[in-house]
Design a protein around this ligand. Structure first.
Ligand SMILES: Cc1cc2nc3c(=O)[nH]c(=O)nc-3n(C[C@H](O)[C@H](O)[C@H](O)COP(=O)(O)OP(=O)(O)OC[C@H]3O[C@@H](n4cnc5c(N)ncnc54)[C@H](O)[C@@H]3O)c2cc1C
Length: 450
Protein backbone atom coordinates (compact mmCIF):
# COMPACT_ATOMS: atom_id res chain seq x y z
CA UNK A 1 0.00 0.00 0.00
CA UNK A 2 2.93 2.35 0.72
CA UNK A 3 4.07 2.17 -2.91
CA UNK A 4 0.58 2.90 -4.14
CA UNK A 5 0.30 5.87 -1.78
CA UNK A 6 3.65 7.15 -3.06
CA UNK A 7 2.47 6.67 -6.67
CA UNK A 8 -0.71 8.65 -6.03
CA UNK A 9 1.25 11.45 -4.37
CA UNK A 10 3.56 11.60 -7.41
CA UNK A 11 0.60 11.60 -9.83
CA UNK A 12 -1.75 14.26 -8.47
CA UNK A 13 -3.77 14.28 -11.73
CA UNK A 14 -5.10 10.82 -10.78
CA UNK A 15 -8.11 11.15 -8.54
CA UNK A 16 -8.55 8.55 -5.83
CA UNK A 17 -10.85 8.01 -2.89
CA UNK A 18 -10.48 6.13 0.39
CA UNK A 19 -13.03 5.49 3.12
CA UNK A 20 -12.26 9.00 4.46
CA UNK A 21 -13.06 10.76 1.15
CA UNK A 22 -16.42 12.47 0.79
CA UNK A 23 -17.01 10.85 -2.64
CA UNK A 24 -15.86 7.34 -1.64
CA UNK A 25 -19.37 5.96 -1.24
CA UNK A 26 -20.55 7.39 -4.58
CA UNK A 27 -17.51 6.01 -6.42
CA UNK A 28 -17.64 2.63 -4.71
CA UNK A 29 -21.35 1.93 -5.14
CA UNK A 30 -22.40 -0.62 -7.72
CA UNK A 31 -25.82 -1.51 -9.12
CA UNK A 32 -26.43 -4.24 -6.54
CA UNK A 33 -26.10 -2.77 -3.05
CA UNK A 34 -25.89 -6.03 -1.12
CA UNK A 35 -23.04 -7.49 -3.20
CA UNK A 36 -20.71 -4.52 -3.40
CA UNK A 37 -17.49 -5.14 -1.52
CA UNK A 38 -15.59 -2.32 0.15
CA UNK A 39 -12.17 -1.71 -1.37
CA UNK A 40 -9.42 0.15 0.47
CA UNK A 41 -9.09 2.62 -2.36
CA UNK A 42 -10.78 3.56 -5.63
CA UNK A 43 -8.28 4.90 -8.17
CA UNK A 44 -9.43 6.75 -11.28
CA UNK A 45 -6.75 6.69 -14.00
CA UNK A 46 -7.22 9.17 -16.84
CA UNK A 47 -5.18 7.53 -19.58
CA UNK A 48 -3.82 4.22 -20.81
CA UNK A 49 -0.42 5.36 -19.47
CA UNK A 50 -1.89 5.83 -15.98
CA UNK A 51 -3.37 2.32 -16.12
CA UNK A 52 -0.04 0.90 -17.33
CA UNK A 53 1.83 2.49 -14.44
CA UNK A 54 -0.76 1.18 -11.98
CA UNK A 55 -0.64 -2.38 -13.31
CA UNK A 56 3.16 -2.36 -13.33
CA UNK A 57 3.01 -1.45 -9.66
CA UNK A 58 0.11 -3.67 -8.59
CA UNK A 59 1.34 -6.75 -10.44
CA UNK A 60 4.41 -6.74 -8.20
CA UNK A 61 2.53 -6.10 -4.98
CA UNK A 62 0.31 -8.40 -2.95
CA UNK A 63 -2.62 -5.97 -3.09
CA UNK A 64 -5.65 -7.52 -4.82
CA UNK A 65 -7.14 -5.30 -7.52
CA UNK A 66 -10.13 -5.21 -9.83
CA UNK A 67 -11.32 -3.14 -12.78
CA UNK A 68 -14.69 -1.45 -12.67
CA UNK A 69 -16.80 0.60 -15.04
CA UNK A 70 -20.60 0.49 -14.86
CA UNK A 71 -20.58 -1.55 -11.64
CA UNK A 72 -23.32 -3.83 -13.00
CA UNK A 73 -21.80 -7.16 -12.15
CA UNK A 74 -24.72 -8.72 -10.28
CA UNK A 75 -22.38 -10.29 -7.72
CA UNK A 76 -20.12 -7.30 -7.09
CA UNK A 77 -17.12 -8.95 -8.73
CA UNK A 78 -15.68 -5.67 -9.97
CA UNK A 79 -14.68 -4.84 -6.40
CA UNK A 80 -12.54 -6.72 -3.93
CA UNK A 81 -12.69 -6.19 -0.18
CA UNK A 82 -9.70 -4.17 1.11
CA UNK A 83 -8.17 -4.10 -2.37
CA UNK A 84 -7.79 -1.55 -5.13
CA UNK A 85 -10.58 -0.72 -7.53
CA UNK A 86 -9.28 0.63 -10.83
CA UNK A 87 -12.24 2.74 -11.89
CA UNK A 88 -11.94 3.40 -15.63
CA UNK A 89 -14.84 5.84 -15.92
CA UNK A 90 -12.55 8.79 -16.64
CA UNK A 91 -11.25 7.00 -19.74
CA UNK A 92 -14.44 7.67 -21.62
CA UNK A 93 -13.53 9.03 -25.05
CA UNK A 94 -15.75 8.08 -28.00
CA UNK A 95 -14.44 8.57 -31.56
CA UNK A 96 -16.83 7.66 -34.35
CA UNK A 97 -15.54 7.00 -37.87
CA UNK A 98 -18.55 6.97 -40.19
CA UNK A 99 -16.43 5.94 -43.17
CA UNK A 100 -15.09 2.70 -41.72
CA UNK A 101 -18.27 2.33 -39.63
CA UNK A 102 -16.32 1.79 -36.45
CA UNK A 103 -16.03 3.62 -33.15
CA UNK A 104 -13.17 3.72 -30.69
CA UNK A 105 -14.43 3.67 -27.11
CA UNK A 106 -12.44 4.35 -23.97
CA UNK A 107 -12.51 1.36 -21.63
CA UNK A 108 -14.73 3.30 -19.21
CA UNK A 109 -17.54 4.24 -21.61
CA UNK A 110 -21.09 3.77 -20.35
CA UNK A 111 -23.65 2.55 -22.90
CA UNK A 112 -25.88 5.65 -22.58
CA UNK A 113 -23.00 8.02 -23.40
CA UNK A 114 -22.00 5.88 -26.37
CA UNK A 115 -25.53 5.94 -27.80
CA UNK A 116 -25.72 9.72 -27.34
CA UNK A 117 -22.49 10.22 -29.27
CA UNK A 118 -23.41 7.72 -32.00
CA UNK A 119 -26.77 9.41 -32.50
CA UNK A 120 -24.98 12.64 -33.44
CA UNK A 121 -23.68 10.71 -36.46
CA UNK A 122 -26.99 8.87 -37.10
CA UNK A 123 -25.26 5.66 -36.08
CA UNK A 124 -25.90 2.95 -33.55
CA UNK A 125 -24.53 -0.39 -32.36
CA UNK A 126 -25.78 -3.31 -30.26
CA UNK A 127 -25.95 -2.50 -26.57
CA UNK A 128 -27.45 -3.68 -23.27
CA UNK A 129 -31.13 -3.17 -22.57
CA UNK A 130 -30.09 -1.21 -19.46
CA UNK A 131 -28.18 1.88 -20.62
CA UNK A 132 -26.16 2.39 -17.43
CA UNK A 133 -24.12 -0.78 -18.15
CA UNK A 134 -20.46 -0.38 -19.14
CA UNK A 135 -20.06 -1.10 -22.87
CA UNK A 136 -16.81 -3.10 -22.60
CA UNK A 137 -18.10 -5.31 -19.77
CA UNK A 138 -21.31 -5.92 -21.70
CA UNK A 139 -19.73 -6.64 -25.09
CA UNK A 140 -16.72 -8.68 -24.02
CA UNK A 141 -18.63 -11.39 -22.11
CA UNK A 142 -21.31 -11.93 -24.77
CA UNK A 143 -23.59 -8.93 -25.00
CA UNK A 144 -27.28 -9.70 -25.57
CA UNK A 145 -29.57 -6.83 -26.49
CA UNK A 146 -32.43 -5.52 -28.57
CA UNK A 147 -30.23 -5.31 -31.69
CA UNK A 148 -28.90 -8.89 -31.47
CA UNK A 149 -31.22 -10.18 -34.19
CA UNK A 150 -30.20 -7.44 -36.59
CA UNK A 151 -26.49 -6.98 -35.92
CA UNK A 152 -25.43 -9.86 -33.66
CA UNK A 153 -24.08 -10.08 -30.12
CA UNK A 154 -21.73 -7.63 -28.43
CA UNK A 155 -18.72 -9.95 -28.89
CA UNK A 156 -19.33 -9.90 -32.64
CA UNK A 157 -18.87 -6.12 -32.80
CA UNK A 158 -15.31 -6.11 -31.40
CA UNK A 159 -12.78 -5.41 -34.15
CA UNK A 160 -9.89 -4.02 -32.10
CA UNK A 161 -8.66 -3.38 -28.57
CA UNK A 162 -5.89 -1.61 -26.74
CA UNK A 163 -4.96 -3.49 -23.61
CA UNK A 164 -2.68 -2.94 -20.65
CA UNK A 165 -1.22 -6.40 -20.24
CA UNK A 166 0.05 -8.35 -17.25
CA UNK A 167 3.44 -6.62 -17.45
CA UNK A 168 1.90 -3.17 -17.49
CA UNK A 169 2.60 -2.68 -21.20
CA UNK A 170 0.13 -0.94 -23.49
CA UNK A 171 -0.42 -3.12 -26.53
CA UNK A 172 -2.71 -3.37 -29.51
CA UNK A 173 -4.48 -6.72 -29.25
CA UNK A 174 -3.46 -9.12 -32.01
CA UNK A 175 -5.97 -11.56 -33.48
CA UNK A 176 -5.28 -14.19 -30.80
CA UNK A 177 -5.83 -11.75 -27.96
CA UNK A 178 -8.96 -10.39 -29.66
CA UNK A 179 -10.33 -13.93 -29.85
CA UNK A 180 -9.85 -14.21 -26.08
CA UNK A 181 -11.36 -10.79 -25.37
CA UNK A 182 -14.46 -11.74 -27.38
CA UNK A 183 -16.00 -13.79 -24.58
CA UNK A 184 -13.11 -13.78 -22.09
CA UNK A 185 -13.63 -10.14 -21.04
CA UNK A 186 -10.94 -8.56 -18.90
CA UNK A 187 -9.17 -11.81 -17.97
CA UNK A 188 -6.21 -11.00 -20.26
CA UNK A 189 -5.67 -7.39 -19.24
CA UNK A 190 -7.28 -4.01 -18.74
CA UNK A 191 -9.12 -3.00 -21.91
CA UNK A 192 -8.39 0.71 -22.15
CA UNK A 193 -9.90 1.06 -25.62
CA UNK A 194 -12.28 -1.06 -27.68
CA UNK A 195 -12.95 -0.61 -31.39
CA UNK A 196 -16.42 -1.74 -32.38
CA UNK A 197 -18.59 -1.87 -35.47
CA UNK A 198 -21.28 0.81 -35.78
CA UNK A 199 -24.22 0.99 -38.16
CA UNK A 200 -26.14 3.79 -39.86
CA UNK A 201 -29.48 4.14 -38.16
CA UNK A 202 -31.79 7.01 -37.44
CA UNK A 203 -35.49 6.50 -36.70
CA UNK A 204 -36.70 3.23 -35.24
CA UNK A 205 -39.92 2.08 -33.63
CA UNK A 206 -39.47 1.08 -30.01
CA UNK A 207 -41.04 1.12 -26.57
CA UNK A 208 -42.77 -0.98 -23.94
CA UNK A 209 -46.07 -2.85 -24.18
CA UNK A 210 -47.95 -3.99 -21.07
CA UNK A 211 -50.71 -6.52 -21.64
CA UNK A 212 -53.85 -6.68 -19.48
CA UNK A 213 -53.12 -9.03 -16.60
CA UNK A 214 -56.03 -11.46 -16.50
CA UNK A 215 -54.64 -14.96 -16.33
CA UNK A 216 -50.85 -14.67 -16.56
CA UNK A 217 -50.27 -18.40 -17.08
CA UNK A 218 -52.59 -18.56 -20.05
CA UNK A 219 -51.35 -15.28 -21.49
CA UNK A 220 -47.73 -16.41 -21.48
CA UNK A 221 -48.61 -19.63 -23.30
CA UNK A 222 -50.88 -17.85 -25.78
CA UNK A 223 -48.39 -15.08 -26.53
CA UNK A 224 -45.54 -17.52 -27.12
CA UNK A 225 -47.68 -19.74 -29.33
CA UNK A 226 -48.28 -16.69 -31.57
CA UNK A 227 -44.64 -15.61 -31.42
CA UNK A 228 -43.47 -19.13 -32.38
CA UNK A 229 -45.96 -19.20 -35.27
CA UNK A 230 -44.72 -15.81 -36.48
CA UNK A 231 -41.09 -16.96 -36.27
CA UNK A 232 -41.90 -20.16 -38.19
CA UNK A 233 -43.42 -17.99 -40.92
CA UNK A 234 -40.30 -15.81 -41.00
CA UNK A 235 -39.76 -12.51 -39.23
CA UNK A 236 -37.50 -9.65 -40.23
CA UNK A 237 -34.20 -9.26 -38.40
CA UNK A 238 -35.27 -5.69 -37.49
CA UNK A 239 -37.89 -7.07 -35.12
CA UNK A 240 -36.78 -8.04 -31.64
CA UNK A 241 -38.76 -8.60 -28.45
CA UNK A 242 -37.68 -8.87 -24.82
CA UNK A 243 -40.45 -10.59 -22.85
CA UNK A 244 -40.79 -10.04 -19.14
CA UNK A 245 -43.11 -10.20 -16.18
CA UNK A 246 -43.04 -6.99 -14.22
CA UNK A 247 -45.29 -4.59 -12.41
CA UNK A 248 -47.16 -2.37 -14.84
CA UNK A 249 -49.94 0.19 -14.60
CA UNK A 250 -52.58 -2.51 -13.98
CA UNK A 251 -50.43 -4.67 -11.68
CA UNK A 252 -48.09 -7.54 -12.47
CA UNK A 253 -48.28 -8.26 -16.19
CA UNK A 254 -46.67 -9.73 -19.25
CA UNK A 255 -44.63 -6.86 -20.67
CA UNK A 256 -42.55 -6.51 -23.81
CA UNK A 257 -39.78 -4.29 -24.92
CA UNK A 258 -40.53 -3.93 -28.61
CA UNK A 259 -37.79 -3.03 -31.11
CA UNK A 260 -38.20 -2.37 -34.81
CA UNK A 261 -34.66 -1.44 -35.85
CA UNK A 262 -35.32 -0.04 -39.29
CA UNK A 263 -36.41 3.28 -40.73
CA UNK A 264 -39.17 1.48 -42.68
CA UNK A 265 -41.61 2.53 -39.99
CA UNK A 266 -44.68 1.45 -41.98
CA UNK A 267 -43.52 -2.16 -41.99
CA UNK A 268 -42.66 -1.74 -38.30
CA UNK A 269 -46.18 -0.52 -37.57
CA UNK A 270 -47.57 -3.63 -39.28
CA UNK A 271 -45.50 -5.83 -36.98
CA UNK A 272 -46.45 -3.73 -33.98
CA UNK A 273 -50.16 -4.18 -34.82
CA UNK A 274 -49.63 -7.90 -35.23
CA UNK A 275 -47.78 -8.34 -31.93
CA UNK A 276 -50.28 -6.08 -30.13
CA UNK A 277 -53.20 -8.15 -31.42
CA UNK A 278 -52.09 -11.32 -29.65
CA UNK A 279 -53.38 -10.17 -26.25
CA UNK A 280 -55.36 -7.16 -24.99
CA UNK A 281 -52.95 -4.25 -24.50
CA UNK A 282 -53.18 -2.23 -21.27
CA UNK A 283 -50.54 0.33 -22.16
CA UNK A 284 -48.05 0.89 -24.96
CA UNK A 285 -45.30 3.46 -25.28
CA UNK A 286 -44.10 2.17 -28.66
CA UNK A 287 -43.58 4.93 -31.20
CA UNK A 288 -41.03 6.41 -33.59
CA UNK A 289 -37.84 7.15 -31.71
CA UNK A 290 -34.09 6.58 -31.86
CA UNK A 291 -31.94 4.07 -30.02
CA UNK A 292 -30.59 6.90 -27.94
CA UNK A 293 -34.04 8.26 -27.00
CA UNK A 294 -35.32 4.78 -26.23
CA UNK A 295 -32.31 4.37 -23.94
CA UNK A 296 -33.03 7.74 -22.28
CA UNK A 297 -36.56 6.52 -21.57
CA UNK A 298 -35.28 3.26 -20.09
CA UNK A 299 -32.63 5.06 -18.06
CA UNK A 300 -35.31 7.20 -16.48
CA UNK A 301 -37.26 4.21 -15.16
CA UNK A 302 -34.48 1.79 -14.17
CA UNK A 303 -32.99 2.07 -10.68
CA UNK A 304 -29.26 2.65 -10.32
CA UNK A 305 -28.72 1.07 -6.90
CA UNK A 306 -30.85 -1.72 -5.53
CA UNK A 307 -30.83 -4.88 -3.40
CA UNK A 308 -30.98 -7.98 -5.53
CA UNK A 309 -29.51 -10.95 -7.31
CA UNK A 310 -30.13 -13.02 -10.41
CA UNK A 311 -30.82 -16.69 -11.17
CA UNK A 312 -30.08 -17.75 -14.72
CA UNK A 313 -29.98 -20.66 -17.11
CA UNK A 314 -29.95 -21.06 -20.88
CA UNK A 315 -32.71 -23.01 -22.61
CA UNK A 316 -32.88 -24.17 -26.21
CA UNK A 317 -36.63 -23.75 -26.37
CA UNK A 318 -39.66 -22.53 -24.48
CA UNK A 319 -41.27 -25.96 -24.39
CA UNK A 320 -44.81 -26.45 -23.02
CA UNK A 321 -43.21 -27.80 -19.82
CA UNK A 322 -41.08 -24.64 -19.46
CA UNK A 323 -43.95 -22.28 -20.28
CA UNK A 324 -46.11 -23.96 -17.67
CA UNK A 325 -43.46 -23.33 -15.01
CA UNK A 326 -42.97 -19.76 -16.16
CA UNK A 327 -46.74 -19.25 -15.91
CA UNK A 328 -46.87 -20.76 -12.42
CA UNK A 329 -44.01 -18.62 -11.09
CA UNK A 330 -45.30 -15.52 -12.85
CA UNK A 331 -48.34 -15.88 -10.61
CA UNK A 332 -46.11 -16.40 -7.57
CA UNK A 333 -43.80 -13.49 -8.46
CA UNK A 334 -43.93 -11.01 -5.54
CA UNK A 335 -46.07 -8.09 -6.54
CA UNK A 336 -43.49 -5.43 -5.69
CA UNK A 337 -42.19 -2.88 -8.19
CA UNK A 338 -38.67 -4.17 -8.86
CA UNK A 339 -39.19 -7.94 -9.10
CA UNK A 340 -38.45 -9.07 -12.61
CA UNK A 341 -38.57 -12.13 -14.75
CA UNK A 342 -37.45 -11.89 -18.37
CA UNK A 343 -35.40 -13.49 -21.08
CA UNK A 344 -33.07 -12.59 -23.90
CA UNK A 345 -33.55 -14.53 -27.10
CA UNK A 346 -30.73 -15.36 -29.48
CA UNK A 347 -32.37 -16.24 -32.76
CA UNK A 348 -30.81 -18.83 -35.10
CA UNK A 349 -30.29 -16.25 -37.84
CA UNK A 350 -28.53 -13.65 -35.64
CA UNK A 351 -25.70 -12.34 -37.82
CA UNK A 352 -22.11 -13.24 -37.09
CA UNK A 353 -18.95 -12.42 -39.03
CA UNK A 354 -17.34 -15.81 -39.82
CA UNK A 355 -13.91 -14.15 -40.12
CA UNK A 356 -13.93 -13.01 -36.49
CA UNK A 357 -13.05 -15.75 -34.00
CA UNK A 358 -14.40 -15.66 -30.44
CA UNK A 359 -14.39 -17.85 -27.34
CA UNK A 360 -18.09 -17.20 -26.81
CA UNK A 361 -19.62 -20.65 -27.18
CA UNK A 362 -23.42 -20.36 -26.93
CA UNK A 363 -24.13 -19.80 -30.63
CA UNK A 364 -27.19 -21.96 -31.18
CA UNK A 365 -30.66 -20.44 -30.87
CA UNK A 366 -31.45 -20.13 -27.18
CA UNK A 367 -33.12 -18.17 -24.40
CA UNK A 368 -31.17 -16.61 -21.51
CA UNK A 369 -33.53 -16.88 -18.57
CA UNK A 370 -33.26 -14.03 -16.05
CA UNK A 371 -35.04 -14.43 -12.71
CA UNK A 372 -34.20 -11.18 -10.97
CA UNK A 373 -35.48 -10.58 -7.46
CA UNK A 374 -34.80 -6.91 -6.72
CA UNK A 375 -36.14 -4.69 -3.96
CA UNK A 376 -35.54 -1.42 -2.23
CA UNK A 377 -35.07 -3.21 1.11
CA UNK A 378 -33.55 -6.45 2.33
CA UNK A 379 -36.90 -7.45 3.90
CA UNK A 380 -38.70 -7.34 0.56
CA UNK A 381 -35.76 -8.97 -1.16
CA UNK A 382 -35.98 -11.96 1.19
CA UNK A 383 -39.41 -12.86 -0.22
CA UNK A 384 -38.05 -12.47 -3.75
CA UNK A 385 -35.10 -14.74 -3.03
CA UNK A 386 -37.41 -17.58 -2.02
CA UNK A 387 -39.47 -17.07 -5.20
CA UNK A 388 -36.36 -16.84 -7.37
CA UNK A 389 -34.69 -19.94 -5.94
CA UNK A 390 -37.86 -22.06 -6.24
CA UNK A 391 -38.50 -20.81 -9.79
CA UNK A 392 -34.89 -21.62 -10.77
CA UNK A 393 -35.05 -25.08 -9.13
CA UNK A 394 -38.28 -25.87 -11.00
CA UNK A 395 -36.74 -24.87 -14.36
CA UNK A 396 -33.63 -26.91 -13.56
CA UNK A 397 -35.85 -29.97 -13.12
CA UNK A 398 -37.29 -29.67 -16.64
CA UNK A 399 -36.07 -31.90 -19.47
CA UNK A 400 -32.24 -31.78 -19.23
CA UNK A 401 -31.98 -32.12 -23.02
CA UNK A 402 -33.50 -28.62 -23.28
CA UNK A 403 -30.94 -27.00 -20.95
CA UNK A 404 -27.70 -25.72 -22.48
CA UNK A 405 -24.47 -26.73 -20.74
CA UNK A 406 -23.50 -23.05 -20.79
CA UNK A 407 -24.87 -20.24 -18.68
CA UNK A 408 -24.28 -16.54 -19.31
CA UNK A 409 -21.08 -15.80 -17.38
CA UNK A 410 -22.08 -12.25 -16.42
CA UNK A 411 -25.20 -13.52 -14.69
CA UNK A 412 -23.78 -16.72 -13.17
CA UNK A 413 -22.89 -16.65 -9.46
CA UNK A 414 -19.25 -17.53 -8.84
CA UNK A 415 -20.14 -20.77 -7.03
CA UNK A 416 -22.04 -22.02 -10.10
CA UNK A 417 -19.45 -21.12 -12.73
CA UNK A 418 -18.57 -24.18 -14.74
CA UNK A 419 -15.83 -22.97 -17.07
CA UNK A 420 -15.99 -26.00 -19.34
CA UNK A 421 -19.77 -25.72 -19.54
CA UNK A 422 -19.70 -21.99 -20.27
CA UNK A 423 -16.89 -22.05 -22.83
CA UNK A 424 -17.60 -25.54 -24.18
CA UNK A 425 -15.58 -26.24 -27.31
CA UNK A 426 -13.79 -22.87 -26.85
CA UNK A 427 -12.54 -23.61 -23.32
CA UNK A 428 -9.13 -25.03 -24.32
CA UNK A 429 -8.58 -22.09 -26.68
CA UNK A 430 -9.35 -19.55 -23.95
CA UNK A 431 -7.11 -21.41 -21.50
CA UNK A 432 -4.26 -21.38 -24.03
CA UNK A 433 -4.73 -17.66 -24.70
CA UNK A 434 -4.77 -16.92 -20.96
CA UNK A 435 -1.52 -18.89 -20.51
CA UNK A 436 0.03 -16.93 -23.37
CA UNK A 437 -0.88 -13.42 -22.17
CA UNK A 438 -1.21 -13.75 -18.41
CA UNK A 439 0.81 -16.82 -17.36
CA UNK A 440 1.21 -15.58 -13.77
CA UNK A 441 -2.53 -14.89 -13.49
CA UNK A 442 -1.96 -11.24 -12.60
CA UNK A 443 -5.63 -10.58 -13.42
CA UNK A 444 -6.82 -13.25 -11.02
CA UNK A 445 -9.76 -11.20 -9.75
CA UNK A 446 -11.08 -10.60 -13.28
CA UNK A 447 -13.82 -12.65 -14.92
CA UNK A 448 -13.54 -15.41 -16.00
CA UNK A 449 -11.34 -16.72 -13.19
CA UNK A 450 -8.85 -19.51 -13.80
C1 LIG B 1 -29.46 -3.95 -14.56
C2 LIG B 1 -28.60 -4.83 -15.44
C3 LIG B 1 -28.95 -4.97 -16.77
C4 LIG B 1 -28.18 -5.77 -17.62
N1 LIG B 1 -28.58 -5.91 -18.92
C5 LIG B 1 -27.90 -6.72 -19.73
C6 LIG B 1 -28.31 -6.91 -21.09
O1 LIG B 1 -29.30 -6.34 -21.55
N2 LIG B 1 -27.59 -7.76 -21.85
C7 LIG B 1 -26.48 -8.41 -21.39
O2 LIG B 1 -25.86 -9.15 -22.14
N3 LIG B 1 -26.05 -8.23 -20.12
C8 LIG B 1 -26.73 -7.42 -19.29
N4 LIG B 1 -26.30 -7.25 -18.00
C9 LIG B 1 -25.05 -7.88 -17.56
C10 LIG B 1 -23.90 -6.90 -17.82
O3 LIG B 1 -23.74 -6.72 -19.21
C11 LIG B 1 -22.56 -7.42 -17.24
O4 LIG B 1 -22.67 -7.63 -15.88
C12 LIG B 1 -21.42 -6.46 -17.54
O5 LIG B 1 -20.20 -7.12 -17.34
C13 LIG B 1 -21.48 -5.21 -16.71
O6 LIG B 1 -20.46 -4.32 -17.06
P1 LIG B 1 -20.23 -3.02 -16.14
O7 LIG B 1 -19.05 -2.31 -16.63
O8 LIG B 1 -21.49 -2.28 -16.03
O9 LIG B 1 -19.99 -3.66 -14.71
P2 LIG B 1 -18.68 -3.79 -13.78
O10 LIG B 1 -19.21 -4.48 -12.56
O11 LIG B 1 -18.01 -2.49 -13.61
O12 LIG B 1 -17.76 -4.75 -14.60
C14 LIG B 1 -18.17 -6.08 -14.89
C15 LIG B 1 -16.96 -6.95 -15.22
O13 LIG B 1 -16.37 -6.48 -16.40
C16 LIG B 1 -14.99 -6.16 -16.19
N5 LIG B 1 -14.68 -5.00 -17.00
C17 LIG B 1 -15.52 -4.00 -17.32
N6 LIG B 1 -14.89 -3.11 -18.13
C18 LIG B 1 -13.63 -3.56 -18.28
C19 LIG B 1 -12.51 -3.07 -19.01
N7 LIG B 1 -12.57 -1.94 -19.72
N8 LIG B 1 -11.36 -3.79 -18.98
C20 LIG B 1 -11.29 -4.95 -18.27
N9 LIG B 1 -12.33 -5.46 -17.57
C21 LIG B 1 -13.49 -4.77 -17.59
C22 LIG B 1 -14.91 -5.89 -14.70
O14 LIG B 1 -13.63 -6.10 -14.19
C23 LIG B 1 -15.89 -6.90 -14.15
O15 LIG B 1 -15.31 -8.18 -14.04
C24 LIG B 1 -27.04 -6.44 -17.12
C25 LIG B 1 -26.69 -6.31 -15.76
C26 LIG B 1 -27.47 -5.51 -14.94
C27 LIG B 1 -27.12 -5.38 -13.49
Amino acid sequence: MDQLTQFLVENPHIHYATAHSSDFETLRAGFIINETKTPAVVVRPRSAEDVAALIALLSKSSLPFTVRVGGHDMFGRSQVADGVTIDLREIAHIHVDTESQTARLGGGVICMDMLTELQKHNMTTPHAVTPSVGQVGWASFGGYGMLSSKYGLGVDQIVGATVVDAEGIIREADETMLTGIRGGGGSLGVIVELTIKVYPQDQILAGAIFFHPNDLSKEIIQFNAEWSKAKAGGIPSSLHLYQSIMKGPGGKALALFFMWASSDLEEGQRWLSKVSSWLPVAMSTVGPTTNKDFAVMLNAVIQTHIYGTVFTLNLYDLTPEVLEIIGLYAQKQPNSPHMLFGFHELRPDAPRDPTMDTVFDARCAHFVIEIVPMASSLEVLAEGLVWGQEFYNALRKTNPANILPSTYLSLTPTKDIDMKGIYGSRYETLKRIKEQYDPQNVFKQALPRF
